[in-house]
Design a protein around this ligand. Structure first.
Ligand code: ADP
Ligand code: MG
Length: 725
C-alpha cells in the first residue's frame, strides 16, 4: 500500500481527545505566571516596590534586587514543580529558543542544592554560535548573551521556568526580534508622551498596544506526515485543487468540528495558564482554516504572547493528532493565512490616544495622533512593506486574498470628510468664529459619526477601525515584533517632528489649537497619496498607486533592499532602534533566509517529481500501453474499439514528456544556484529562473494528477488534507 493510503487509514474514525474541561477561565488565568500578584506575595515589600518602579525603564537591575527576585521566583517555581529554568528568546530564525539548566548545583563540600541567583536570572550565555547574526558575530567569538526582560513576566511550561529575554552580542548588538522592539517602545514613549502632555499634563507614559489575530490550518497528523513537502517546507509544492474548496463559503464562521473544538479548548486552557489572554476562536475562509485572537495588550507582552502561542499550538496539536500549519500559503489555489496586527497608543492614565472622545478637546488630541500616524505611514510606506517581507508572505500579497504589496491607509468615509475639511483650514491665525466653527462642525462631530461608521474595507493593508489601526498584511508565521518595531519607530519619529513644528509655530505667536490645526492641515496635504478607500485588489489600484508614486515591492529581496537606503538607516540611527551595522546584518540574515528557504523548496519539489510523480506516471503508462496492446490484438481491424484508449495514453505521455523537460530545466537551474555564492545574485536568480521553473513543473504535475488512476497516486491529495476533520 502506498504511503497515502496508509495515512488515510490512520485518520479513519479518529475521535476527539478527551480533555478536562475548565468552566471558569479566570480560575486558571496566569496560574503559571510569576505576575505582580505572585511577586507581591513572594517578595519583600521594599523589593517589590523598587521593581515596580523600574520594570519598564530598561535600566540595569542592581545585584541585590535581582538576587531577591531570583530567590522569590525559584521558590514559587519549585512549588509549581519546576526543576529547570531557561532564558526564553526570539532569535532571527523565526522560531523561539530555549536552553534549559537545572536548579541543581553542588556546594563546595559536595552537597546537592537547588540554586538560582540574581546573575543567573539576569544573564545566560547559551552556546549560540549557530544562530544567525549576519556577520555581527564571528564564530570564534561566538558569545551571545541572553538578558532578562523584566517587563515581561516569567512563566512555567511543563517543569521549566521560562524567563523572557533579549538576545544580544558581546558588544550589545541586537541578535533577536525583541531588542529593537524594546528600543522602539522607549523611543515612541518619549515623543508620544510629550505630545499627549499637550492635552493632559498628567500623562507620564505612553505605550503601544497590540491585538493580533492568528490564522492557521489544522491538518491530520498522519496526512501531514505523508507529505514530504509539508514536513520539509511547511507548504505543499504540488497538488491539484479539489473540485470543492472555498467557493461555497460554508466554512467561514461555520460550526467548529468536534475534534477541532477539543484542540481549541485544550489550547485555550494551556494558553490562559501561561497568561496569554485568548478570547476569540472561529473557522476561517478556507477549509480546515481557523483563527485565534486574544484581548489586546502592551505591545512587548503581546509579541511575546504571540510567539509563545505559536509554540504552544504545535505542542497541543500533537496531543490531538493534528499538525498546525502556520505557513502563509500551505495550499495553492486556496486562501493563505495572515496575522492582523491591531495597533494603538495608550497612556498610563488609561486613555486610548486613537480613540475619539466626546469633547472637541479630546478629539483634537485624537486627530493629532491620527494624522501623525497617517503621515508616518506615508513617509515610510516602503519600510512597512519591508517589515512584513518573507518568502511565505510573497505568495499572499497581491494574490486577491490578501492586501497587495502596496501599502495604503483606509480611514472610512466620515474621517475622509473630516480630513477634507481640515485641509481647508486657513494659514496662520484663526478668528474666534473660525475656531468655534472648526471645533463644533469638524472636531466636535467625530464621536457620533464614528459610532455609525461601519464601512470596513477588507482589501486595505492598513485600516483605521474605530479606535486602532489594523495592519492586515502581516504573515501568519511572522514575529509581530518586526512590523511593530517599524510602526513604533516611524510614529515616534514623526511625533518628534510634530513637536518641532509645533514649537516653531508657537514661537511665531500662534495659540496651541491654531498651531495644531495649521500643522495637521499641512500633514494631511502632504500625505494624501497614502489614503485609499477603494478596492485594493483591483488592477486599477495598481495603476493608480504607481501614478501616486507608492511602491509596489512584489518580492522579499526587493522589499529587503529598502533597509539599505540612507533615509531608512538615518531614521533608525537617530531613533536609536538599530545601528547601521545591525541593519546591515538584518539585511543579510533575511536575504539568506529567503534564499535558503527557496532552495530547499526547489530541491524538495525536484525530489518529489523524481521519486513520486515519475514512477507513478510510468506505472500508469505501462498499464495503458498493455491494455492498448491487448485491445489491438483482440480487434486488429476495429480501430474504434481502441482509438480512445490510445488517445488517453497519448495525452498522458505528452504531458509527461513536458513535465520531464520542465524538470530537467529546474534541475539545471538548481545546479546553477548551488554554484552562485553571492546572496544578492542568488536572490535574483531565484526570482528569474527558479520560481518560474517550479511553477511550470507544478502545473504539469497537477495536470497529471487529474489524469492518473487515483489508486496509483502516492501523494496525499488536497481534498483529503482539507476535508478530513
Ligand atoms: P475583526 O478585525 O476580526 O473584525 P475586531 O475589530 O473586533 O475584530 O478586533 C480585532 C482585534 O483588535 C482584537 O483581537 C482586539 O484585541 C484588538 N483591539 C481592540 N482594541 C485594541 C486596541 N486599543 N489596541 C490594540 N488592539 C486592539
Ligand atoms: Mg481583523
Amino acid at each position: 500500500m502506498n504511503i497515502r493510503f496508509l495515512a488515510l487509514e490512520k485518520t479513519f474514525g479518529r475521535k476527539p481527545v478527551e480533555i478536562t474541561p475548565v468552566t471558569k477561565r479566570s480560575d486558571i488565568f496566569e496560574s503559571k505566571v510569576f505576575n505582580d500578584e505572585k511577586m507581591r506575595q513572594y517578595l519583600d515589600e521594599k523589593s517589590y516596590k523598587q521593581f515596580q518602579q523600574i520594570k519598564f525603564e530598561g535600566k540595569v537591575i542592581d545585584r541585590r534586587l535581582a538576587d531577591h527576585i531570583a530567590a522569590a521566583m525559584k521558590r514559587w517555581a519549585m512549588e509549581q514543580g519546576a526543576t529547570h529554568y531557561t532564558h526564553w528568546f526570539q532569535p532571527l530564525t523565526g522560531a523561539t529558543a530555549e536552553k534549559h539548566d537545572s536548579f541543581l548545583e553542588k556546594t563546595p563540600d559536595g552537597y546537592p542544592l537547588e540554586k538560582f541567583t540574581g546573575s543567573q536570572l539576569a544573564q545566560q550565555e547559551p552556546d549560540a554560535s549557530s544562530f544567525p547574526s549576519g556577520g555581527l558575530r564571528n564564530t570564534f567569538e561566538a558569545r551571545g548573551y541572553t538578558a532578562w526582560d523584566p517587563a515581561s513576566p516569567a512563566f512555567i511550561i511543563g517543569t521549566t521556568l521560562c524567563i523572557p529575554s533579549v538576545f544580544i552580542s558581546y558588544n550589545g548588538e541586537a541578535l533577536d526580534y525583541k531588542t529593537p522592539l524594546i528600543r522602539s517602545i522607549q523611543f515612541l514613549d518619549k515623543y508620544a508622551t510629550r505630545t499627549a502632555r499637550l492635552f493632559n499634563r498628567n500623562v507620564e507614559r505612553v505605550y503601544a498596544t497590540l491585538g493580533w489575530e492568528q490564522e492557521y490550518f489544522l491538518i491530520d497528523k498522519a496526512l501531514y506526515k505523508s507529505r514530504p513537502d509539508l514536513v520539509m517546507t511547511g507548504r505543499t509544492l504540488l497538488g491539484h485543487p479539489p473540485a470543492k474548496n472555498q467557493q461555497l463559503d460554508d466554512h467561514y464562521f461555520g460550526s467548529i468540528p468536534e475534534r477541532v473544538m477539543a484542540f481549541m479548548r485544550d489550547l485555550e486552557i494551556e494558553a490562559l495558564k501561561i497568561g496569554i489572554p485568548v478570547k476569540t476562536r472561529h473557522n476561517e475562509v478556507a477549509p480546515n482554516q481557523y483563527e485565534v485572537a486574544p484581548v489586546f495588550e502592551e505591545v512587548n507582552l503581546a509579541v511575546d504572547h504571540n510567539s509563545m502561542l505559536m509554540d504552544l499550538m504545535k505542542k497541543i496539536a500533537s496531543r490531538h493528532h493534528f499538525e498546525v500549519l502556520l505557513h502563509e500559503k500551505p495550499f495553492d489555489y486556496i486562501n493563505g493565512s495572515g496575522k492582523h496586527n491591531n495597533w494603538s497608543l495608550m497612556t498610563d492614565t488609561g486613555i486610548n490616544l486613537l480613540g475619539p472622545g466626546d469633547t472637541p478637546r479630546r478629539n483634537l488630541r485624537f486627530l493629532t495622533f491620527f494624522v501623525n500616524v497617517i503621515k508616518a505611514v506615508n513617509d515610510y510606506e516602503e519600510l512597512i512593506r519591508a517589515s512584513i517581507a518573507s518568502a511565505g508572505n510573497d505568495h499572499r500579497l497581491g494574490a486577491n486574498e490578501a492586501p497587495p504589496a502596496i501599502i495604503s491607509v483606509f480611514i472610512g468615509h466620515y474621517l475622509t470628510q473630516v480630513m477634507n475639511e481640515l485641509k481647508q483650514v486657513k494659514n496662520g491665525k484663526l478668528s474666534p468664529d473660525e475656531k468655534t466653527e472648526l471645533k463644533l462642525e469638524v472636531v466636535g462631530k467625530i464621536p457620533q459619526i464614528l459610532k455609525d461608521n461601519t464601512d470596513r474595507n477588507r482589501t486595505s493593508p492598513f485600516a483605521f477601525t474605530g479606535n486602532k489601526f489594523e495592519i492586515r498584511a502581516v504573515g501568519s508565521s511572522a514575529n509581530c515584533a518586526s512590523p511593530m518595531t517599524v510602526l513604533n519607530t516611524i510614529v515616534g519619529y514623526q511625533l518628534k517632528r510634530f513637536l518641532t513644528d509645533y514649537e516653531k509655530l508657537r514661537a511665531k505667536g500662534l495659540k496651541k489649537d491654531e498651531a495644531i490645526f495649521n500643522i495637521l492641515r499641512d500633514y494631511i496635504k502632504s500625505s494624501e497619496r497614502i489614503l485609499f478607500e477603494g478596492n485594493g485588489y483591483s488592477p486599477e489600484w495598481h495603476r493608480e498607486a504607481a501614478r501616486r508614486g507608492l511602491s509596489n515591492l512584489k518580492t522579499t529581496p526587493e522589499a529587503l533592499r529598502v533597509i539599505k537606503k540612507e533615509k531608512i538607516i538615518r531614521l533608525f540611527e537617530e531613533s536609536g532602534v538599530y545601528s547601521r551595522a545591525e541593519l546591515k546584518s538584518r539585511y543579510h540574515v533575511h536575504l539568506e533566509q529567503y534564499n535558503t528557504k527557496l532552495e530547499i523548496e526547489a530541491r524538495v519539489l525536484s525530489d518529489l517529481i523524481s521519486n513520486h510523480i515519475v514512477p507513478t506516471v510510468i506505472n500508469y503508462q505501462n498499464r495503458l500501453a498493455e491494455s492498448l496492446n491487448r485491445l489491438k490484438n483482440l480487434y486488429p481491424k476495429k480501430a474504434q474499439m481502441w482509438k480512445n484508449n490510445e488517445k488517453i495514453l497519448t495525452d498522458v505521455s505528452e504531458t509527461f514528456n513536458e513535465l520531464l523537460e520542465a524538470h530537467q530545466t529546474l534541475k539545471e537551474a538548481l545546479e546553477h544556484l548551488t554554484r552562485t555564492d553571492d546572496d544578492d545574485k542568488k536572490a535574483d536568480f531565484i526570482i528569474e529562473k527558479i520560481k518560474p521553473s517550479m511553477a511550470k513543473v507544478r502545473q504539469l504535475s497537477d495536470k497529471l494528477e487529474l489524469m492518473i488512476d487515483d489508486e496509483l497516486w502516492s501523494l496525499t491529495k488536497y481534498r483529503e488534507m482539507l476535508f478530513t476533520r
